[in-house]
Ligand binder design. Structure first.
Ligand code: NAD
Length: 263
């Protein structure tokens, strides 16, 4: 899809990391931006930064795990920005730890943000995009949506599901003017390793931790480097948007093993 000045982008998890990077890239192209985040202060800081550069931007406190909250985001975007052209279902959280140690609270939290969040965004915004007859949806999955890591089972389970959901939605919407991409980043030096702080009180029982991620991402790309890659993916209507082509060998190994098992 062509991106033009005056279009509107909605980015969940836009207050930090990859989401903030995408907000900055959209704004640099002249798009209006809705910065949606559970952390209202972070969303406001990003919206203020973009407004300071002359771009119309709003901050909307949103919990992607809560359908009513995402519906309110849709209404705010309609009222304040006049509709949506690009939706980035990007908010996400991580926990590590052994698979057998994943607690019911761990499971519910990560599923509710990473998977329900993508469903809720799709449910609320797809009819709006279809009504316009044009647009693009970017769902943030991960390289962990194709490759399993021993210590990130619940995270990887959500990201495999986001890849599957994105591929299916892309098929459903083919010919409608609305494209769909699964963004599959490798390690990005964001605040994801601190995401335990976003855990709701009712799901805060003893469980696995997010900070074990830091060792995996501390040498990664800077989050702002992802924005331009996403813009290229939208323009090309790429089914998958990767940030680390150097991981190709690991994909060959995985899919080679899958094919070898089909005898
Ligand atoms: N950092 C990486 O290495 C990496 C790699 C692959 C995929 N990802 C994915 O990228 C996405 C963005 O993560 P990031 O790395 O930029 O992390 P980040 O922690 O810097 O940003 C995530 C943002 O999501 C927000 N958030 C958390 N729970 C929310 C909720 N319930 N509702 C709304 N917002 C919520 C946080 O407040 C934060 O601003 C996630 O989906 C993550 O899984 C990250």
């Amino acid at each position: 899809m062509e991106l033009r000045s005056g279009m509107v982008a909605v980015v969940t998890g836009g207050g930090s990391g990859i989401g903030r990077g995408m907000c900055r890239s959209f704004a640099a192209e002249g798009l209006k931006v809705a910065v949606a985040d559970l952390d209202e202060g972070a969303a406001k800081a990003v919206a203020d930064e973009l407004s300071g550069k002359g771009v119309k931007a709003i901050a909307v406190r949103t919990d992607v795990a809560d359908l009513a909250s995402v519906e309110a985001l849709g209404a705010a975007v309609d009222a304040e920005l006049g509709g949506v052209d690009v939706l980035c279902n990007n908010a996400g959280v991580f926990i590590g730890g052994r698979t057998r140690d994943v607690t019911p609270d761990d499971w519910r939290w990560v599923m509710s943000v990473n998977l329900d969040g993508v469903y809720n965004g799709t449910h609320v915004f797809t009819p709006r995009l279809l009504a316009r007859g044009a647009g693009h949806i970017v769902n943030t999955a991960s390289i962990g949506g194709f490759l399993t890591a021993g210590e990130a089972a619940v995270y990887s389970a959500t990201k495999f599901a986001v890849v599957a959901w994105s591929e299916a939605l892309r098929g459903d919407l083919a010919g409608s003017g609305v494209g769909v991409s699964a963004l599959c980043p490798g390690p990005i030096r964001s605040s994801l390793a601190d995401c335990d702080t976003h855990r709701p009180a009712e799901l805060s029982g003893v469980g696995n931790r997010s900070d074990v991620l830091w060792d995996m991402i501390k040498d990664g790309l800077e989050p702002d480097e992802v924005g331009p890659i996403v813009l290229r993916g939208i323009r090309e209507n790429a089914a998958w948007i990767f940030t680390h082509p150097e991981w190709k060998g690991a994909f060959e190994e995985r899919f080679g093993a899958v094919l070898a098992a089909m005898k």
